[in-house]
Design a protein around this ligand. Structure first.
Ligand code: ADP
Ligand code: MG
Ligand code: ZN
Length: 479
């Protein structure tokens, strides 16, 4: 059965640090790189006898996430203690939610949401290695500033089918959360963290295979590579007739090595029980109303609007909504006016983004209004596509600029009209008598030779369609 094909099945668990002012269960302000252990109090240090109080703003953020994902919002949900020992967890348990989470179900695009619950972040451990040796051993140091930061954990159903789809979808989720304003969603800084659950199964089967969990990947590239490596590892095992063992894994992006962190823990390992120090979270109509009122236009809604109201093609509508910096640039350019059409403008934004190395086009210094002006020059026929690309190159090189002025200064305006073009076409036909012969016989295949010649002569400033029309006229071929 070595010719069997396998299909990957992927579900994500995403931890999002909520950008509230204070921590989940105490009044400590959230920390952004302050000196270690300066943003702590008896509650988040887990001292005995202290009492947690749930952060209303974190619950509000949780409701906004639930609404955006179309989840069912529980009128009443419960905090549980999840018990385990680790040096970053001074209480010996994490306050989380278990079988009565704030949000259940829902969907974002093609992926169903299993649940969204609230919990607190652990402190930050740094393994300092030889430089931090204590009594001759490697050491770990702990900073409790992060301990107690509010988290929303979003768990998907296993609906993803490839590494690329997983990272694309995660981008959509990140843009959605960013629009909601509930988090900084910065993977490098750890405010968005993703675990990937991965299994494979024979293509066509609808049973789920044994899954493994890749922990805490902190960039989109690593997620894609990590999942790809784990799929390959599982495939190799199955093809060799060996089972996949359910376990928690670490992916090292430097070496591509996958190592086991621990065997899979089960819910009963944590001895979950209801947190006795916190009352159930009850959601009032006023809280729901406030969350609903706070909802902005979300990426998938924007995608709809860009396609249906502005007539963008599906690819552009998706790109501009899934990457909101592109959508914002586009809408600013459109608003700058000049009668520019949507789709050509979106295409020019693509050209600019390519020149920005795929990053934020605004970083080139070319302003939205300047890009709109360039697109308008092309649609009015004042500049050809090819010449406009040269103008854009110059705009990017100069960190912005007025396209009309560049056209003027560099003599890049379109060469148009039979008066200007006919002599150049005639010269091209004379220089290529064999091509002219074929064209005259009605074989239009080699017309590219003539167009190429004219483009060279005009430095790309002629319009290909117009050149074709003039060729036909010159040879008496009729329209
Ligand atoms: P556990 O109880 O082991 O934590 P869950 O059922 O809570 O497992 O699922 C955790 C995550 O793993 C979810 O994102 C879910 O979609 C995903 N998942 C579950 N089963 C599989 C599987 N067989 N293959 C891939 N992902 C899976
Ligand atoms: Mg789980
Ligand atoms: Zn505190």
């Amino acid at each position: 059965m070595s010719d069997v094909r396998y299909e990957p099945v992927i579900g994500l668990e995403i931890h999002v640090q909520l950008s509230t002012r204070t921590k989940m269960f105490c009044a400590c302000p959230l920390s952004f790189g302050e000196p270690p252990n300066t943003r702590t109090c008896p509650v988040c240090l887990g001292l005995p006898g202290t009492l947690p109080v749930a952060n209303a703003e974190a619950i509000h953020h949780g409701l906004m996430i639930g609404l955006a994902l179309g989840s069912q919002l529980a009128a009443r949900s419960i905090f549980h203690r999840k018990n385990y020992f680790y040096p970053d967890l001074p209480k010996g348990y994490q306050i989380s939610q278990y079988d009565e989470p704030l949000c259940s179900g829902g969907r974002l695009g093609e992926v169903r949401i299993h649940r969204v619950h609230l919990e607190e972040d652990a402190a930050k451990l740094t393994h300092v290695g030889a430089s931090g040796r204590i009594h001759g051993s490697d050491a770990s140091i702990v900073d409790f500033n992060r301990g107690g930061t509010p988290l929303a954990e979003i768990v998907t159903e296993p609906d993803l089918r490839s590494p690329e789809q997983a990272s694309e979808w995660l981008r959509l989720l990140r843009t959605t959360l960013r629009r909601l304003g509930v988090s900084d969603v910065n993977m490098e800084e750890g405010s968005l963290r993703c675990d990937a659950n991965i299994s494979i199964r024979p293509t066509g089967s609808d049973e789920l295979g044994t899954k493994t969990e890749l922990k805490n990947m902190n960039s989109f590239r690593f997620i894609e590579r990590g999942i790809r490596a784990e799929i390959a590892r599982q495939e190799q095992l199955l093809r060799a007739g060996e089972p996949v063992v359910q376990e928690t894994l670490h992916f090292d992006p430097r070496t591509e090595a996958i190592t086991s962190l621990r065997s899979k823990e089960e819910a009963h390992d944590y001895r979950y029980f209801p947190e006795p120090d916190l009352p159930p979270v009850t959601i009032t109509e006023a809280m729901l109303e406030r969350a609903r009122a706070g909802l902005p236009e979300l990426p998938l809604e924007r995608e709809q609007r860009l396609a249906s109201e502005l007539g963008l093609n599906a690819e552009s509508a998706r790109l501009l909504s899934w990457r909101s910096e592109l959508g914002d640039y586009f809408e600013a350019a459109l608003a700058a006016g000049g009668g520019v059409e949507s789709q050509p403008l979106a295409n020019w934004l693509g050209e600019l983004t390519t020149r920005a190395g795929g990053e934020d086009p605004a970083a080139t210094g070319v302003e939205p209004a300047q890009l709109a002006a360039l697109a308008a020059l092309v649609s009015s026929g004042a500049v050809t596509q090819g010449a406009a690309r040269q103008v854009l190159d110059r705009m990017v090189a100069a960190g912005g600029g007025d396209p009309a002025a560049i056209v003027e200064a560099e003599g890049l305006g379109a060469v148009g009209g039979a008066d200007e073009l006919a002599p150049i076409v005639r010269a091209a036909l004379e220089a290529n008598p064999d091509v002219a012969e074929k064209l005259r016989d009605g074989d239009m295949k080699p017309i590219g030779v003539i167009i190429g010649h004219v483009m060279r002569e005009t430095r790309g400033r002629a319009d290909g369609k117009e050149v074709t029309a003039i060729v036909r006229a010159e040879l008496g071929l009729g329209g």
